[in-house]
Each structure stands twice: as structure tokens, then as C-alpha cells.
Design a protein around this ligand. Structure first.
Ligand code: 6GU
Length: 246
């Protein structure tokens, strides 16, 4: 999968995409990430990417010409593939695990980092295929948001996490929050790990984990239970917790 991020701050993208799991995935050729400098697609001496809004008012607006030129250049190099073109903006569709899964099936994704004051409307209407927000708060620009997308999508690509970890057991993929985890020592300053996890009884461990995941989801994110795939036994347990706590 090829992911190209158009930004005036390419160092910010490079700094994250070169480290740890993403850095390794790139070296191994599992993902191709490029930080594309928007200023390379300007044609004036000052390499201008933004300008004052027509009609007046505060802030600056991203100019259309460099963004169109950058995207068109990347699309033409893409050898006929039709890329998804994401515009990062707090006004976009809220990014979630389902959206990450959808994007992980694409072969080419171009991400335009908007600045928060705004981008020329013609970019939204005639260039972007999707407008994406990562949540209900405002960032200074789309760079951090684009990195969130890059990270969440990359880890779903086969091989990126290594063979032993599968994203299928994630919170949100299972539709539930994760069960609590413990490691050595079994007794830390008198705080004990649950006996059942030390028992070696795999069936009992699996049952305990399911119960804890259900309890935690009911307490913290009951909204998730509406769409989580639940067995009859899960539903019975949930009714039991609900009567215990009321
Ligand atoms: Cl995509 N951009 C900005 N500037 N702020 C955000 C965002 C994006 N998503 C949430 N807040």
C-alpha cells in the first residue's frame, strides 16, 4: 500500500513514519510512505501555500493551485490506479476502526493536511474523495490527524505487526473493550494478579477474559454493546451484571 501525505511540514511526518513499527514496515516494503512537501508545487518566489479569505475575516486559507498540482502529480505517477484522496479537516467524517479497515484495503491513499483556518472550498468539492476528522476537538493542522490514520491503517496490513500479534483480537475489532492484562511478578507490593490467570486452565482463562471485557464495556462504553457481536451467554452475563450493580 502506498500512502502519500501532502503537507507544509514534511519533517513532522518523516519523524513518526521512520520509527518503531512503522519504520520497520517501511524498510520491509510492507508500506510505502512519502511525505510530500506542498511548497514544491508552488510557482511563486515565496512558495506561497495560503492567502487571505475572499470577503475578509481572520485567518488564512489554503490556496487551491499547489494542492491540485501536488495531487495531480501523485495521481499521474500512480499508473492508472484510482487513489482515495483524503482531506483532513475537523468538519469531516469521524475516523474509526471500521474506516481504518476500509482504507487498509486500498492500494493508494493520498492525504491532504488542511490547516485549521480552512482550505479553499474547491479542494473539498473537486479534489478530495473523503473529508476526515479524527474527533471532536480542534488541532492546529491536519498533520497529527494524518499520522493517526497512517498508524491505524498500517497496523492492519498483514505482516506489519509480526506474526504473533493479530489485530483481530483488538478492542473495537471484537466490538468490546479489552480485558485486563497482567505480567510478572504475580505479587507486586501485595497487589496480586488474578489466580485464574496463573492456573494454566485455558478454558477458565478465556471465560474470565470474556467476562471482564463485557463488564468493562458495560461500565465504560455501553454504546459499543449495541453493535458488538454477542452470544446468548454474553447477553445472560450482561443482564446478571446489570442486576448486580443496580
Ligand atoms: Cl483532521 N484537523 C484539524 N485541524 N483538527 C482536527 C482534525 C483534523 N480532526 C480532529 N480535529
Amino acid at each position: 500500500m502506498r500512502i502519500e501525505i501532502i503537507t507544509t511540514i514534511p519533517q513532522m511526518i518523516e519523524a513518526v513514519a521512520s520509527e518503531s513499527i512503522l519504520g520497520r514496515a517501511r524498510k520491509r516494503g510492507l508500506i510505502e510512505v512519502s511525505a510530500v512537501n506542498l511548497r514544491d508545487f508552488t510557482s511563486d518566489r515565496h512558495r506561497t501555500t495560503d492567502d487571505a479569505p475572499f470577503g475578509g475575516g481572520p485567518g488564512m486559507v489554503m490556496k487551491p493551485e499547489p494542492v491540485f498540482a501536488a495531487v495531480e502529480s501523485l495521481v499521474s505517477r500512480g499508473a492508472g490506479s484510482k487513489p482515495r484522496i483524503l482531506l483532513m479537516t475537523p468538519q469531516g467524517r469521524r475516523f474509526d476502526q471500521k474506516f481504518a479497515e476500509e482504507l487498509s484495503g486500498e492500494s493508494h491513499v493520498i492525504i491532504i493536511c488542511g490547516r485549521y483556518e480552512g482550505v479553499d472550498e474547491r479542494i473539498r468539492e473537486h479534489l478530495a474523495t473523503d473529508e476526515v476528522s479524527i474527533g471532536d476537538y480542534v488541532l492546529t493542522g491536519g498533520e497529527l490527524a494524518s499520522l493517526v490514520i497512517l498508524d491505524a491503517v498500517s497496523r492492519l496490513i498483514p505482516g506489519v505487526l509480526g506474526d504473533e500479534t493479530s489485530p483481530e483480537t483488538d478492542s473495537f475489532s471484537s466490538g468490546l473493550l479489552e480485558y485486563p492484562q497482567y505480567t510478572r511478578p504475580a505479587d507486586f507490593r501485595g497487589l496480586k494478579a488474578p489466580e485464574v490467570l496463573l492456573s494454566g486452565n485455558h478454558a477458565e482463562v478465556a471465560k474470565w477474559r470474556r467476562v471482564e471485557a463485557l463488564k468493562r464495556t458495560l461500565q465504560r462504553r455501553p454504546d459499543l454493546l449495541e453493535s458488538a457481536p454477542l452470544s446468548d451467554e454474553d447477553r445472560r452475563l450482561l443482564r446478571e451484571f446489570e442486576t448486580e450493580t443496580s
